[in-house]
Each structure stands twice: as structure tokens, then as C-alpha cells.
Design a binder for this molecule. Sequence first.
Ligand code: ADP
Ligand code: MG
Length: 265
Amino acid sequence: MTQERLDHLCQRLSLKAVMDELDHHTQQAAKEQMAYSDFLLRLLESELQSRQERSKRTLLRTSGLGMVKTLEQFDFAATPGVSRTQVEELSTLRFVERCENVLLLGPSGVGKTHLALALGYLCTQARLRTRFLTAADLVMQLKSATAQGRYETYLKQNILSPKVLIIDEVGYLPIDREGANLFFQVISRRYEKGSIILTSNLPFARWEELFSGDRAIAAAMIDRLLHHSHVLSIQGESYRLREKVRSGVIRPTPYEGGGLERKVV
Ligand code: ADP
Ligand code: MG
């Protein structure tokens, strides 16, 4: 009877861990002749911990990060342009508290997305709402929300409310005028309000080209992104290619620079 009533109350109060672990803690308390207050403390602590774990899992699942990459998996020796100290500082996530940006620049395959994913993962584990998407998807989703008359709702819910917004692959696909305006709104409205982690294969000097030749909008965007930012300019060869070269699948070829592809978003 008491058990049933307890289960019922735990359900009503959403105390899932208390319900699941009550038996274990009761036995422990009897064994250790624990004070009532210590017993209650343990029970509530386990409830809190289990809620935090659940929240981390949910934040990771809804972040769009897809796959988990970690800093532990990152080989700093293989990427000379990246300072381990700088990345370790970023991993404290103080940049998020200060609403600063992280800009990861460099040619294809040097680990930009890996680092962005790893920082994003850390953010979810610190229970910060995080959203990862490519620049092309961001523009596409903003356009489609606009067409459906849901621009403001979409922007607030998906792009402005996450503590950390990760925009991957800025520069692979050119962005038309409408896209450029929408992209600018994102940068501008998050400015000093929430962090952006951005990866790009294009140096800033070529952003005008990326945004349909609109120099003013490119400059305004770069200005806001750079104002409070950590810039990691990664040099070197593609890690992917290097792995292939090492395993003898292909012969080494020199890097010819990242270009804009033809498809426009
Ligand atoms: P980019 O985004 O710069 O094009 P990625 O981050 O996608 O490059 O890296 C390509 C692949 O190589 C990924 O599987 C990534 O995990 C791996 N990689 C790149 N750099 C490193 C590194 N320094 N240590 C370990 N893995 C790396
Ligand atoms: Mg990438």
C-alpha cells in the first residue's frame, strides 16, 4: 500500500530517479544507520543528477550535432596552426558566458568542423542549448520560414534562443542577395547576445564574393563577427587526404585553394 502510494506520488511529482532508486537508498540507509536528513539528501541528489544527465542527452539530441567529436580525439600535433592552449581555453566555455564568437578558418579537411563539433558537444554537456547547422541549411530554412510567414518565430526559436549557434561551412556555396540579408540578420541579432561558432574555408577578403558581391553586407557581418571573437586560422594539409596518403590509397597532391561552387543558396 505504502509502495503504491509512493510510486503514485513520485509519478505525480515527476521524481523518476527517486522512484527507481528508493529501494536501493532505503537499504543503504538501514545498513549505514543513516540520519533521515542524509537519506533525503542522497535521494534528492540522485534525482538531480539523473535530471541533469537527461537534460544533457536531450540537448545533444536536439542540437543537430549529429555525430560526437571530442577534443580528446583531436591530434594537435597533426594540425600545427591550432594552439592547444587556445583550444583548452575555449573548452572552459567562458567564451559562451561572454557571448564571444569562435571563428575557425582554413582549407578543407584541416579539422574545422571537428573542433566546432567538439566545442558544441562540450556546450551540451554543460547544459547549454546548442544548435548546429550548415550555412546552406541556415539560409534555406530562413527562406522557407519567410515564405511560410513564420520568419520571426523560426528565428527566435531556432536561431536566437540557443546559447551557442554553430554555423558550419560558410563559403562552400555562394549565397544570393535574399540569403545574404537573412544571414546578416542572424549575425546582427545575435551580436553581443549569444555566441556563434563559425567555420569557413574562405578568407574574409573573399566574403564579398560569397555574398553576391555585396561589399557593405559582407563588411558589416565580418565587423560584428570579429568584434568579440577568437580566431583560429588553421593551416596545413587536409587530414582526410593525409590519412589516405599514409595508407597508400592516393598519391599526394598540392592544395589548390577553396573555391566557391556553382550552386547558389
Ligand atoms: P574541415 O571541416 O576543416 O573540412 P573536418 O573537421 O571535417 O575538416 O576533418 C576531416 C576529418 O579529419 C574528420 O573526420 C576529422 O575528425 C578528421 N580530423 C581533422 N583534423 C584532425 C586532427 N587534427 N586530429 C584528428 N582528426 C582530425
Ligand atoms: Mg567542415
